[in-house]
Ligand binder design. Structure first.
Ligand code: AN0
Ligand code: CP
Length: 315
């Protein structure tokens, strides 16, 4: 594997999930795998989990890790090609990417969508330019349309907690006051539909995800019906794909609470975090035994480690 930007970069999904689980067992030899190699992590947006778990994964592999917050600390980047740069953008991604490639053996990039221009966001301009001009492997730390490290950690978490061979996994939209990307849900359906799960997506009308990610995954518009017999409920808000970037409803009835899950099979509740309490998920779930959100975040380390390890093999 050279780049890690989506599930399509993964040759053997089950092997990668297994490798992430193995990474949890301490092996002193793992510290040798990345010795002398530098991992650079570039953030255009805020982060807690992705930043620290990927840094920790690099450290566990013996790598040197450099982190830079571009928003505020970096030069304002121009991404369009062939433009006259006489505005407020001081540096072009062509040079910035090339320079990063001089300093780093692997680069991670977080860059959220603008949620205004669907075509621009879904073309993944920044991520693709970094791949094109850096000359080194690139890992997505959540791009405009996907969050593959999160999805890998999510698959590891389901594998760890599942009690039946083929669990019923329901991804549910939940309300949020602000417009959020489709990256996490896009990625989750892309990954979960490749696993041996009964996968159902539930959301209000108007929140349909792009068919290129859904690929025929079943939608159930009645959230209560979707939750019947569920083993896992994966909660996430996203803004509309159709009416691009819009918040169409904040209907409180879609919030996940213990009452909502009473017809599930004592479903484990997942969320990528950060989560707004009593808006997206109620306290009675987050403070109870059904929530596995912290364990899920913990799995971000072994997921990142498995991916970096795989890329190191290609260097
Ligand atoms: C981001 C999102 O929804 O994509 C990051 C989640 C990992 N969440 C927020 O901006 C709250
Ligand atoms: N889940 C996740 O990616 O969290 P951060 O935005 O804090 O990195």
């Amino acid at each position: 594997m050279r780049n890690f930007t989506s599930v399509h970069d993964v040759q053997d999904l089950n092997a990668l999930v297994q490798s992430a689980r193995t990474c949890k067992i301490f092996d002193p030899l793992q510290m040798k795998k990345g010795k002398g190699k530098t991992l650079g992590l570039i953030f255009m947006n805020p982060s807690l989990r992705t930043r620290l778990s990927t840094q920790k994964a690099g450290i566990n592999l013996g790598m040197d890790v450099m982190i830079m917050n571009f928003s505020g600390e970096g030069w304002a980047l121009e991404t369009k090609e062939g433009v006259v740069m006489d505005g407020d953008k001081a540096e072009h991604i062509i040079e910035a990417a090339g320079v990063l490639g001089e300093y780093c053996d692997i680069i991670g990039l977080r860059s959220f969508p603008g949620l205004k221009d669907r075509e621009a966001d879904y073309s993944e301009e920044i991520l693709n330019s970094l791949i094109k001009y850096s000359g080194v492997p690139v890992i997505s730390l959540e791009s405009a349309t996907r969050h593959p490290l999160q999805s890998l950690a999510d698959m590891v978490t389901i594998e760890e907690f599942k009690k039946v061979n083929k669990p019923k996994v329901v991804m549910s939209w939940a309300p949020h006051p602000r417009a959020l990307p489709q990256s996490v849900p896009n990625s989750f359906v892309e990954w979960a539909s490749k696993m041996d799960y009964e996968l159902i997506v539930t959301h209000p009308e108007g929140y349909e995800l792009s068919e290129s990610f859904m690929n025929g995954v079943q939608i159930e518009y009645d959230q209560n019906k979707a939750f019947e017999g569920a083993d896992f409920v994966y909660v996430k808000n996203w803004s509309s794909f159709e009416e691009y970037g819009k918040v169409l409803t904040t209907d409180r009835d879609w919030m996940i609470s213990a009452r909502k899950l009473r017809n599930s099979r004592d479903a484990k509740v997942m969320h990528c975090l950060p989560v707004r309490r009593n808006v997206v998920i109620a306290d009675d779930i987050l403070d109870g035994s059904q929530s596995i959100v912290v364990e899920e975040a913990g799995n971000r380390v072994c997921a990142a480690q498995a991916v970096i390890q795989e890329i190191l093999k290609s260097l």
